[in-house]
Design a protein around this ligand. Sequence first.
Ligand code: GRF
Length: 194
Amino acid sequence: MSRTRVTVLISGTGSNLAALLADSRRPDAAYEVVAVVADVDAPGLEHARRAGLPTAVVRLTDHPDRAAWDRALAAEVARHDPQLVVLAGFMRLVGAPLLEAHPGRLLNTHPALLPSFPGAHAVRDALAHGVKVTGATVIEVDAGVDTGRILAQRAVEVAEDDTEESLHERIKQVERELLPATVDTLARRLGATP
Ligand code: GRF
């Protein structure tokens, strides 16, 4: 069975990317990471370089406007011919060109139990709200802000003395298991579809 081609989009440290790369090295993994694309010089690109994968940076500031950036990002992703596109800490909303090119094939990991706490400050917002349980969610990306179909979810308890940093790190530990497992399940399903 051929492995599902996955392109990963990142903006940050890329620990979720590293988890995907490690998981995809299992002999029976249903997917392979074929390229990594970032919107900034993300430190996480180093994981891809070390793995010998093609990388690209598509910066908003290199484009005349948001629509041009959206088109450039979609074109860069398309170059790698992915069957799945995974947003792993990609901190920008993606536009119509990428969404329309990969209907139902774009995933995102989010550090909260959606639909609670969507947006860029999910961990801070959950702490501020005083929730006792939060977690991680993998969704299918749609045009909204973290509104897509929920594919997988896991809870994380909030400790009395948690800071945004300590809580986020425990959530990320969960994301690093949940995201690869979800990608593998989806890839397996795609592989089984003629
Ligand atoms: C993750 O918590 C992800 O859900 C959020 O940003 C974090 C990315 O971490 N959007 P990393 O870059 O994979 O280490």
